[in-house]
Write a protein that binds this ligand. Structure first.
Ligand SMILES: NC(=O)c1ccc[n+]([C@@H]2O[C@H](COP(=O)([O-])OP(=O)(O)OC[C@H]3O[C@@H](n4cnc5c(N)ncnc54)[C@H](O)[C@@H]3O)[C@@H](O)[C@H]2O)c1
Ligand SMILES: C[C@@H](CO)CCC[C@@H](C)[C@H]1CC[C@H]2[C@@H]3[C@H](O)C=C4C[C@@H](O)CC[C@]4(C)[C@H]3CC[C@]12C
Length: 410
């Protein structure tokens, strides 16, 4: 955004700001976005850490909770959301600059709630999504949240005059595809047959398309909307629940995990802090580099090594005391396929009675068992992204988190 506006304080909205990635984006903005004046954290479930922030060393002043009125709702004639809101007034890390943080409990599927939250924001980072590859939610719900929710965010930007939108997409909009074709260290231009059947990747692909297609639409006031999409591979780091689940499973099995996937199958992984940093940088640069970045997609990458899903997890779980048994998969692949299909059948049979949603199903097996890694520098070339955290830092931080998060489980 223009140099003359150096002193201008910007209003950011992060949807899904209390999720695994969203929390890191929120914290990153507070730490690393000098022009942040107000931060709106929009989520269906507000995290308790938001309240804890006010007592942290970098936060202060006052906060209040209740049915507060949203600060700027009437600007575009948008009604205020009928949701509980929590408002925090904070100071920035260096103690020099006040940043207002407003937590908004809301649902992206509700257009009026989204519009009220977006009104008056300069930039929207849309990370809210229903991440479900285990069959916990219905395909309809996944579509509503991921596709209709994204449509609502776009329409809210158009109606209220917000010009900059960064969307958290996923590697899964590309693949692995249903045919199990490897994507070996590919980039944004690598040809690949992107064929999806599962509701989650289908919804992410459709939502990404909506976001990219909206680039250039005129927003209220007549200026064009500028959008881009970031595609993380498998994110890891502090707050990664599946990593914690694997650790707990290993503890239950006496400290052992059993190899199911060949070590030669590479699965792309990226540290959450670097993904968050990429979002902050992309959002910051969208105005200045609108022509270059508008309508573009970027894989999220960093210095994390190329490994199989299980070997990569062992980088963290090993130092926490777990061992991965077997240089090769202990079960033949056909048996895994059978077990995955059995799980799917059981899920279907039991659905009227109980939700059975194990980690292993035909889709997760296919993802874990198909090479999908990226090698690109597009984000560096387009908006100057360099990973903020080295592999060593990312690894250490994740290990410390696993140890702390699971301390009580031991
Ligand atoms: N975790 C990964 O490995 C990964 C990889 C690639 C892309 N992504 C994408 O990153 C984004 C964040 O994923 P995550 O792993 O942090 O998941 P998450 O479930 O931890 O976070 C998603 C957040 O969105 C919120 N949310 C869900 N439905 C909502 C609704 N209807 N209204 C408002 N908020 C709602 C949730 O409450 C949650 O806080 C998602 O869009 C996901 O598709 C994740
Ligand atoms: C076969 C099992 C033996 O141990 C291992 C199953 C692991 C799976 C549960 C996970 C393997 C790959 C993961 C996915 C991947 O990292 C990328 C994703 C993209 C993102 O948009 C959402 C999450 C996920 C689909 C992630 C989910 C868990 C895996 C399928």
């Amino acid at each position: 955004m223009a140099d003359s506006a150096q002193a201008q304080k910007l209003v950011y909205l992060v949807t899904g700001g209390c999720g695994f990635l969203g929390e890191h984006v929120v914290r990153m903005l507070l730490q690393r976005e000098p022009r942040l004046g107000e931060l709106r954290v929009f989520d269906q479930h507000l995290g308790p850490w938001l309240e804890e922030l006010k007592t942290g060393s970098c936060w202060g002043s006052l906060w209040w909770r209740g049915c507060g009125r949203f600060p700027n709702p009437s600007q575009a004639g948008i009604p205020t959301p009928a949701v509980e809101q929590m408002m925090l007034v904070s100071v920035h890390m260096d103690g020099s600059r006040p940043v207002r943080v407003t937590a908004i409990q809301g649902d992206v599927t509700q257009a009026h709630e989204v519009a009220a939250a977006v009104a008056g924001a300069h930039v929207v980072i849309h990370t809210a999504g229903l991440v479900d590859v285990f069959g916990r939610a219905s395909p309809k719900t996944i579509h509503e949240v991921n596709v209709q929710g994204t449509r609502n965010v776009i329409e809210a930007c158009v109606q209220t005059g917000t010009r900059f939108l960064v969307y958290t997409s996923s590697m899964e909009v590309v693949g692995p595809n249903t045919k199990g074709h490897p994507f070996y260290r590919g980039n944004e231009d690598t040809p690949y047959e992107a064929v999806h059947r599962h509701p989650y990747p289908c919804s992410k692909a459709l939502a990404e398309w909506l976001v990219l297609e909206a680039n250039g639409r005129k927003v209220r006031g007549g200026l064009p909307l500028v959008t881009c999409a970031l595609r993380p591979t498998g994110i890891y780091g502090e707050g990664h629940q599946i990593m914690r689940d694997f650790y707990r499973q290993g503890l239950r099995l006496g400290g052992w995990l059993f190899r199911a996937i060949p070590a030669s199958v590479e699965h792309g992984r990226v540290y959450v802090g670097n993904v968050a940093w990429m979002h902050v940088l992309a959002a910051r640069e969208l105005e200045q580099r609108a022509t270059l970045m508008g309508g573009q997609v970027y894989f999220c990458y960093d210095g994390s090594p190329y490994r199989s899903y299980e070997d990569f997890n062992m980088e963290f779980l090993g130092p926490c005391g777990l061992r991965l048994v077997g240089a090769r998969p202990l079960l033949p692949y056909w048996l895994l396929v059978f077990l995955a299909a059995l799980n799917a059948l059981l899920q279907w049979l039991l659905r009227p009675l109980v939700l059975y949603a194990p980690l292993l199903n035909p889709y997760t097996l296919a993802v874990a068992n198909t090479t999908f890694t990226v090698s690109t520098d597009k984000a560096q070339r387009h908006f100057g992204y360099e990973p903020l955290f080295s592999w060593e830092d990312s690894r250490t931080r994740t290990i410390l988190w696993v140890q702390a998060a699971t301390g009580s489980a031991q």
